[in-house]
Design a protein around this ligand. Sequence first.
Ligand SMILES: NC(=O)c1ccc[n+]([C@@H]2O[C@H](COP(=O)([O-])OP(=O)(O)OC[C@H]3O[C@@H](n4cnc5c(N)ncnc54)[C@H](OP(=O)(O)O)[C@@H]3O)[C@@H](O)[C@H]2O)c1
Length: 356
Amino acid sequence: MVVGSTSRSLNRYVTTSISSRNNRSLPLGSPGFTGRLILISKMTSAEHVKNIAVVGASGLVGGAILKSLLESGNFNVTAISRQDSSATFPSDVTVKKGDYKSPEFLESALQGQDVLILTFAAMTPPEVQSDFIKAAAKAGVPWILPNEYGQDGANPELAKVVGLLGMKERYRNEIEELGVSSWIGIVNNLWFDFSLKGGFFGIGIAARKAEIYDDGSTSIVTTTVPQVGRAIARLLSLPVQSSSPCLSDYKNKFVYITSFSVTQNDMLAAVQHATGTTPADWTVTHKPLDQWMQEGREMFAKGERMGMINVLYGATFKKGLGDQFHGRELANEKLGLEEEDLDEVVQRIVKEVEAK
Ligand SMILES: NC(=O)c1ccc[n+]([C@@H]2O[C@H](COP(=O)([O-])OP(=O)(O)OC[C@H]3O[C@@H](n4cnc5c(N)ncnc54)[C@H](OP(=O)(O)O)[C@@H]3O)[C@@H](O)[C@H]2O)c1
């Protein structure tokens, strides 16, 4: 079965739900059967998944994922959005707006989906993701991409420093414990475009100011937001099961992707090039990385949430900690995902900043 295959082979069939995990092996109507009937996709193993629901598809990474899924032409895409959201979606997307506090809405929105992609704004209450995970199990959704899209959740040393990272484990565990869906976590490290535009890499494009941590020479792996979208469309276009690469290779695992690796010094040089400025036009200061991280911890302790940035980005600039995906295999090649050109990306970002 080739990528982009039609629904001809996507026969629907009746199976049991997960009211008891063991029920799944009981025939319909047999004495021990207590499950409800649900419909899920039956695909041959050489096909790719077809029906994809994206939560938060109006957001930054969700929007990029939606765009790439639609551009691939391989999928039926549903956007699930909050009842009171003002988000709008392209006409070729099925839209399901409803009350996230209603388990019935969540389950019905997920019926027949092969994949649930979760993206949430940072301040979303944690139970929202858990409720989606439970509903996906009830609806029999085989695959979930939980709200990761960041640093390496399989790096315990990094999770000790970046508390937010450790908190994401809960959702992966919930998926595994329910025993219906499998998770695939997208690890892209910090978003390059988002971070450079926001000044989080210590480089203020408009202000022509830079703060360089240590000597600015640590090379960090990083990914643009559109590249995350492309990676997910490629991943979900793999056959579910066949000779490698296939989607099942990543069952309950992380997928590591990148646009490129870059140092703070390289970023500054690329920004100077894209803005047509010289080092003389810039105010550049230096700070020990550990001091910057400590300042962040102190800010956070005083209730200043922005202190989190110093810790998050500091852990990434720390050699041997969050700078690279230590010992992990990059999936770029298997996904046919080319690295990006630093200068081109920076030029695009500079244009966006200067257009403001
Ligand atoms: N690697 C990095 O550098 C990096 C940076 C930032 C974030 N991230 C990760 O990526 C995730 C997504 O970030 P993002 O910037 O794409 O998110 P976002 O654009 O801020 O929000 C995504 C969507 O969440 C929905 N939403 C907003 N408030 C909500 C609420 N209270 N309850 C439920 N849904 C709500 C909205 O969709 P509707 O209006 O359609 O409901 C919104 O479009 C973050 O949670 C974080 O884990 C990574």
